[in-house]
Design a binder for this molecule. Structure first.
Ligand SMILES: Nc1ncnc2c1ncn2[C@@H]1O[C@H](COP(=O)(O)OP(=O)(O)OP(=O)(O)O)[C@@H](O)[C@H]1O
Ligand SMILES: [Mg+2]
Length: 352
């Protein structure tokens, strides 16, 4: 149908509104915060806030508070806060303030425009975040933007890569693993499952399994995370990995391939059960399409062989095709950005 003058005028106004405004997609995760803006800026920072432990630390660091990588680097002189736990901001004043400070710090580094420009943000939250969590996130960021909305994190990923029909997204984060079934609309509660096992759980398992064998082994959370990110794998093929571990007073070179494998595999049964549930409760006519379109995202998607391993597990209960989304770092934030840009202006007004 040919466009009328009014259609064209409306389109013109729409694009004008979109051009003048600033849109922001935010993935505020347990381990990292990633931000994308409509003018192409990107920020990545660790979800960590550090406060100098004493006057010496404060003078030496020349700051009252450090964020992200800087806080991690100087953690020996700081009281460290991780304001996000299991995908949600901890509900107390100190952590809410820390989370807000961290968000402001990240936004400062991308220089948001002055007050004359309206800014609209969508923030990704875990699939089953409670109403309270959602309110907290939008509450702490409402002074920072003209309009802000929260959306399911794995759904943002799906929206960003335009896979919106008959697909299951599995977002393996640090605090949670979130599953979301997409079928062409915003997801409903039945489409989403949050599991409390993610990368942090694997790190704890690595520590647990190694210390079961070497009681005096001294392994920090950071060390276990580093080993997982370097050697993490699932399934039968693996390279030997030998790491130096402090056991009692000695430093020993120990093989930890079996422990790494067991720890990484410990999150898979929950994921497979979640996928199976989402498939079995779907419209039978589209189940085949759904099970052949399972997409893994989030930092945990980098565990070697995770897609094939989940596929093998699914083979035993009806099959499925699993693949990994490219760019696990920014896919949530860039999907949230795309969603923010695509919301009709009336939506933001109503929200406001
Ligand atoms: N190469 C890798 N191998 C295995 N795990 C990895 C790798 N790279 C990152 N990870 C893990 O992925 C997790 C971080 O993923 P992601 O950035 O998606 O989490 P998040 O969004 O901050 O957390 P959440 O979504 O739970 O709030 C961490 O546990 C990290 O150690
Ligand atoms: Mg995440």
């Amino acid at each position: 149908m040919a466009k009328t003058k009014d259609d064209k005028k409306q389109e013109g106004t729409k694009s004008k509104i979109k051009k003048e405004n600033m849109f922001i997609g935010i993935d505020f995760g347990t381990s990292k915060i990633a931000i994308c803006t409509n003018d192409g800026k990107k920020v990545l920072e660790q979800s960590i806030v550090g406060y100098p432990r004493d006057v010496v630390a404060k003078n030496f660091l020349k700051a009252d508070v450090l964020y992200g990588e800087k806080a991690l680097k100087h953690r020996a002189a700081l009281n460290i806060k991780r304001p996000v736990e299991n995908g949600v901001i901890k509900n107390d004043k100190d952590n809410i303030d820390a989370a807000k400070g961290l968000l402001e710090h990240c936004l400062k580094s991308i220089k948001l425009p002055d007050d004359s420009v309206e800014s609209y943000a969508i923030i990704g939250v875990p699939a089953e975040a409670s109403i309270l969590n959602k309110k907290m996130i939008s509450g702490l960021s409402k002074d920072l933007f003209t309009g802000v909305m929260v959306a399911s994190e794995p759904f943002c990923v799906a929206y960003g890569i335009e896979e919106l029909e008959h697909a299951i997204f599995v977002d393996i984060g640090a605090g949670t693993t979130d599953l979301c079934r997409v079928h062409g609309t915003f997801p409903e509660p039945d489409d989403q499952i949050s599991l409390d096992r993610g990368g942090d759980y694997i790190d704890q398992e690595i520590i647990k399994l190694i210390t079961e064998e070497y009681t005096d082994a001294n392994i920090t959370r950071e060390l276990a995370k580093k080993w997982k990110e370097t050697y993490g794998y699932v399934g039968s093929t693996h390279d030997d990995c030998i790491v130096e571990i402090q056991v009692g007073a000695s430093n020993l070179d120990l093989p930890i391939a079996d422990e790494i494998k067991a720890a990484c595999e410990s999150i898979v049964s929950g994921i497979v059960a979640g996928i199976t549930k989402l498939i079995s409760t779907y419209d039978p006519e589209f189940r085949d399409e759904l099970k052949n379109n399972i997409r893994i995202c989030g930092g945990g998607s980098r565990i070697k062989n995770i897609d094939k391993f989940i596929e093998e597990e699914l083979d035993q209960i009806g099959g499925g095709k699993v693949s990994i989304v490219s760019d696990p770092v920014y896919s949530g934030a860039s999907g949230a950005l795309k969603l923010a840009q695509d919301m009709p202006p009336g939506f933001w007004k109503q929200l406001h």
